[in-house]
Design a protein around this ligand. Structure first.
Ligand code: CAA
Length: 393
């Protein structure tokens, strides 16, 4: 087994790291304080190819692989988790969804501007009563000749307040339950759409999420993503990819907290010596390092499996590995950022230092794109299915 990165993977990672240091680091604290969406730097990320890393160049992307994608995303998250989630939604939910499930015409029309970063995308499954219980949708899409009429209220749409195109899931046949859900590509410049104000959040404050209200929005049949009734499976398959992105985001946040904690421990003195000399601090750093290493390997493995799945085009999915990576990365990020504050002591609690931001930002990775409890359900179902198939029970 060879753990070395390819030349291209290393180059993309370095480019993302250099960009994050030069362009994002100087504004990260300020945009968090002001809760302001970073339009300028997001535009530059598009110009650098960071908004469609895995998408072939013919569709406006960078044509790299899923491993390069998670490495780049981790570097952005290491500096600013808000930029990272904007990038993750654009790449793993929207661009990936359009690429895998879109028609040739949809790829020309929607994927090209999304993957090149000229347009911003969002993914809208959640509703006020349908978070973890994702198939419990009330939004409807009723066929009317060549069109569908969409009505309903979507919630927590990340990038939604500014998105040009949104993948929206709606019920076309309630009798069929989850098999009666259909996906649509909604153009927010058209009539029939209004958007609420961005939510006030604990963390990732510069990434905006909000309500989307559909009031007799007319989607042409050519704007349906996939077939009627396939929407729920499309939503789940897109989330398999999304969860790897969130693992990379959690990895980046955790790495930043760990590095700052180690640096601080080597500088700060107490009781006549550097606090890094105390075993209590060393144990924290050792556990942080161990969790980070496992996060890195799980995230890279899930990305590599996704690459294999896409290349081989066979049904061996990466659902379990994506959920394991996301679950472990998220819980580790919360643990590591919390210990980073502990190592910093009082100043760690101050907004003068970055670690409190990392702590606030890490928390969401245990919630969005499926809570940690949902990841455990997904993993357990996969495990039981494999055993029952193997044992014939
Ligand atoms: N790939 C392919 N098919 C899948 C699948 C997958 N990963 N997961 C489920 N399916 C299929 C099942 O095989 C089943 O197919 P059949 O119709 O042939 O039986 C069908 O989908 C229904 O599956 P379940 O019976 O497992 O459905 P469920 O209602 O029990 O739900 C769940 C399962 C895992 C709990 C799911 O509802 C879920 O993932 N919930 C969490 C939702 C979530 O992650 N939301 C995040 C919103 S987006 C977001 O957060 C973005 C952001 O802001 C950044």
């Amino acid at each position: 087994m060879d753990f070395r990165l390819t030349e291209e993977q290393r180059m993309i990672q370095e480019m993302a790291r250099e960009f994050a240091q030069r362009e994002i680091a100087p504004i990260a604290k300020q945009i968090d304080e002001e809760e302001s969406f970073p339009f300028e730097t997001v535009k530059k990320m598009g110009e650098l190819g960071l908004m469609g890393i895995e998408i072939p160049e013919t569709y406006g992307g960078a044509g790299a692989d899923p491993v390069a994608y998670v490495l780049a995303l981790k570097e952005i998250a290491r500096v600013c988790a808000s930029h990272a989630v904007i990038m993750s939604v654009q790449n793993s939910l929207v661009a990936y969804g359009l690429w895998r499930f879109g028609t040739e015409e949809q790829k020309e029309r929607f994927l090209k501007p999304i993957a090149s970063g000229k347009a911003l995308g969002a993914y809208s499954l959640t509703e006020p009563q349908a978070g973890s219980d994702a198939s419990n949708l009330l939004t409807t899409a009723v066929r009317d000749g060549d069109h569908y009429i969409l009505n309903g209220r979507k919630a927590w749409v990340t990038n939604g307040p500014h998105a040009d195109y949104i993948i929206v899931f709606a019920v076309t046949d309630r009798e069929k339950k989850h098999r009666g859900i259909t996906a649509f590509i909604v153009d927010t410049s058209r009539e029939g759409i209004s958007r609420g104000r961005p939510e006030k959040k604990l963390g990732i404050r510069a990434a905006h999420s909000g309500e989307l209200i559909l009031d007799n929005y007319r989607a042409h049949a050519s704007e349906r993503l996939g077939e009627e009734g396939q929407g729920f499976k499309i939503a789940m398959q897109i989330l398999d990819a999304g969860r790897i992105g969130i693992a990379a985001q959690a990895w980046g946040i955790a790495e930043a907290a760990y590095e700052e904690a180690a640096r601080y421990a080597l500088e700060r003195e107490a009781f006549g010596q550097k606090i890094a000399q105390f075993q209590a601090i060393q144990f924290y750093l050792a556990d942080m390092s161990m969790r980070l290493e496992a996060t890195r390997l799980l995230t890279l493995q899930a990305a590599w499996l996704k690459d294999q799945f896409l290349k081989r085009g066979e049904p061996r999915r990466f659902t379990r590995e994506a959920s394991i990576a996301k679950l472990f990365a998220a819980e580790s990020a919360v643990w590591i950022t919390q210990k980073a504050i502990q190592i910093h002591g009082g100043v760690g609690y101050s907004r003068e230092f970055n670690v409190e931001r990392y702590y606030r930002d890490a928390k969401i990775t245990e919630i969005y794109e499926g809570t940690s409890e949902i990841q455990r359900i997904v993993i357990a179902r996969q495990v039981l299915q494999r055993f029952s198939e193997a044992l014939g029970v």
